[in-house]
Each structure stands twice: as C-alpha cells, then as structure tokens.
Design a protein around this ligand. Structure first.
Ligand SMILES: [Zn+2]
Length: 399
C-alpha cells in the first residue's frame, strides 16, 4: 500500500517497487493441500482514468485522451473508431522513443514532448521522416506531431526506469491496460442521455418527462452509479409505455432499452459470460451508438465534444471488445475505491492523518467494507431483476 500525490513524477517514484513485485510474481504459487503449482500471469492494468493514462504514458484530457489513440473529435465517426488498432506496449515504446526529442531529452524529464518550440518541432518531424512546409506555423507543426504520437507523452510507466526491460522477465509479456471501466463509463454516458432525453420528445411531453427523470434520480447530494442505473431502468419503462401509446418514437424507446441492457450485461457475474452474450453486447452497443448519432447529432444541453467524449466512446467501442476477454463487472474499480474512501474518512476523523495509523485503520474498516459489499450485491441483484422485465430489443441482421 502506498501513498503519493497525483502527478506523474510522484507516481513514477513507485516504479522500482512495482518492478520488484512483478519479478517476484513469476515464482509459481502453491496452496496447502492442493498438489498443483499455479503460474500467475499478469495480464491487465486494472484502473480507470486518469490511472489508465498514467500507466500508458498517455496525456490526460485533450484531443487524444483514450489509450487506444483515437482523436476525440472523431469519436462519433464509428467507421474510424472501429478501425483503430491499438498499439501494444512495445510498439508504443518504439514509436515514442524513435524521434530526436526523446533521444536528446534530459533524463529527468517526464513529458519531453510538452511545450516544444518551433525549432524543436521541426527537428522532431524531420527525424521521423515527416515532411512539412517551411512556412508552417507552430500550431500546424504541433498538430502533425500530435497525429503521429496520438497523445503519448512518454514510454509506459513500467518501462520508464528501464526502456529495455525484458517484459517477459517482469511477467508482463502480454500486459495491457483495460480501456473501459463500466461504472464510470455507463454512469457518465447514461447521465448525458438523461440530460438530452427531454429534448428528443415533443414539447407536450417534455415537462412531464423532465419531472419523471428528476424524481427517478432522487435528491441525493451526490448521484452514484447505482442511482443512475436505477433511473435508466425506470425511465426506460416510462418511455416504453409512452411509445406503446404513440407519444414517443420507437427509436427513442430503443435508445433507452439498449442502454438498460448494456448496463445489465455489464454488471452480470462472470458465470453468465458466454459467446452469445458477447455477440449480444456487440450488437446492442453498436445499435445504441448509431441511435445516439441519429437522434442526438447536435446535443442541446452540452457540447458535442462532451456527449461524444470518453464515456460514449468507451461504451460503444471498448465495452464489447473487453467483454470478450474479461467480466466487465470485475473490471470495475469501485470496490477498491470504496475501501480507500472509507479508510480516508475514518483516518481523517479519528487520527492526525498520519501514515502510522493507516494499517490499524484499514483493519478496523474491514467489517464496514464487508457490510457495504453485501449492500452493493443486494442492490445489483435488485436491478438485474428489474432490467429483466423488459422485452429484448430485436436486432435485425446486418448486411
Ligand atoms: Zn479508445
């Protein structure tokens, strides 16, 4: 357990310790009474933004905020989004270290591509064989370099202290960063949809729908992911009833039903993950993504960039591909976050916030966490039952 500030410089201070632990993880694990040794394979980085960006050396925010390298301005171009082939850890290292700037950088500099002057931009582009107009302005040169690096600022965190680290020796031969995290992605995207929804229906229906959404979200100071998921189910049912009576279009009803089902599948236990359900998630996220573009081409309550930001992108593009390899529910980071939040709360109120109290406090917090986990699983089961009340959206075959 470690504590550090949020900057890359501070967090990179833990890399040596992480590498030591990773090397140790190559030793097979044996368990009493079981005559088999287990080989651990370190496969994923488990976290949400901005921890994902830190791990990959990706910029936080800006045009290139997803670790797959897409330009956020093209998030609603689904043909482009689905064609992006994310680079592996070693391919990214090759790309980020192959120019003039990296080779001549000050060893302590964490983000060498930040704030380059015109001269340096020219040298960098030339060293990469990239042509540019002699009259090109700084912004144009920077845009060219951004397209090449697509948001990479440095090598992967695990390679930062030693770029030539043998990945197989630190048990990271096939290591990659998970790109989606259902709790925050669904929460963020669903909130955006609920904000836009009243503007999709006729003026006659708008007031009542706004009031219904407000009531479904509740009055809590902080709206949690579970509050939003519950509101999605209630609003979906409301919209479906309106559609049956001809008050709203079928597209709007399908937009909500697909959202409710995406949320449902994302919170299913791993035992329910099967090829049929993976295909289903591919189909409904694709249909949902298309309906967003069709119905909300110009959002009324927020910028296009916000609506088609990382939440939309992750839900439509990354959730289904991630579901092929891992249960989405287990890729949530909420359990760990809840433990840290509880530890912080107790430490603040009962001690001088000293590190020496941390372990003591975390053990006293254990029982509380257990109770919360029980509460959470109870909530999820309740929502699963509600969500299963809806008839499935029929998927037409694609030609
Ligand atoms: Zn992406």
């Amino acid at each position: 357990m470690g504590r550090s500030g949020p900057t890359d410089e501070e967090q990179l201070g833990y890399i040596d310790t992480r590498i030591e632990d990773l090397k140790a993880s190559t030793t097979p694990v044996s368990i009493d009474e079981i005559p088999v040794k287990f080989d651990d394979i370190n496969r994923f980085f488990h976290g949400d933004g901005p921890a994902q960006e830190f791990e990959e050396g990706q910029q936080k925010g800006g045009h290139y905020q997803c670790v797959c390298g897409i330009d956020v301005r093209r998030n609603n171009d689904l043909v482009h989004a689905f064609r992006i082939q994310p680079l592996s850890m070693s391919e990214k290292k090759e790309l980020v270290t192959s120019g003039y700037t990296w080779k001549t950088k000050n060893p302590g500099k964490v983000k060498p591509y930040q704030n380059l002057k015109v001269d340096s931009l020219r040298k960098e582009l030339s060293s990469r064989g990239q042509e540019y107009e002699e009259t090109a302005l700084k912004d144009e040169l920077k845009e060219s370099l951004d397209k090449i690096l697509h948001g990479m600022q440095r090598v992967h965190s695990l390679l930062y202290k030693n770029e030539d680290e043998d990945l197989s020796k630190i048990n990271c031969k096939n290591y990659e960063t998970l790109k989606a995290e259902p709790l925050h992605d669904i929460k963020g995207h669903a909130k955006n949809i609920l904000d836009e929804l009243p503007h999709l229906v006729s003026k006659v229906e708008r007031d009542e729908l706004e009031k219904f959404i407000q009531a479904a979200l509740g009055n809590a100071d902080e709206v949690r992911g579970s509050d939003i998921r519950k509101a999605v189910i209630l609003v979906t049912k409301y919209i479906e009833d309106k559609q049956v009576r001809g008050k709203v279009s079928e597209d709007i009803s399908t937009l909500m039903k697909t959202l409710a089902e995406i949320s449902h599948i994302s919170y299913l236990h791993d035992v329910y993950r099967c090829p049929k359900r993976v295909l289903r998630l591919y189909n409904i996220t694709f249909l949902h993504g298309l309906l967003c573009i069709k119905l909300i081409s110009k959002p009324k309550t927020m910028t296009q960039r916000k609506f088609y930001g990382r939440y939309y992108h992750n839900v439509v593009v990354h959730l289904p591909e991630q579901y092929r390899i891992i249960s989405l529910y287990s890729s949530n980071t909420e359990s760990q976050e809840r433990v840290f939040n509880a530890i912080r709360r107790i430490t603040k109120s009962t001690s001088s916030n000293g590190l020496e109290k941390l372990l003591e406090m975390s053990s006293s917090d254990y029982m509380q966490k257990k109770k919360q986990d029980f509460h959470l699983s109870h909530l999820i089961l309740k929502f699963q039952n509600w969500a299963s009340l809806f008839p499935l959206v029929e998927i037409q075959s694609f030609h």
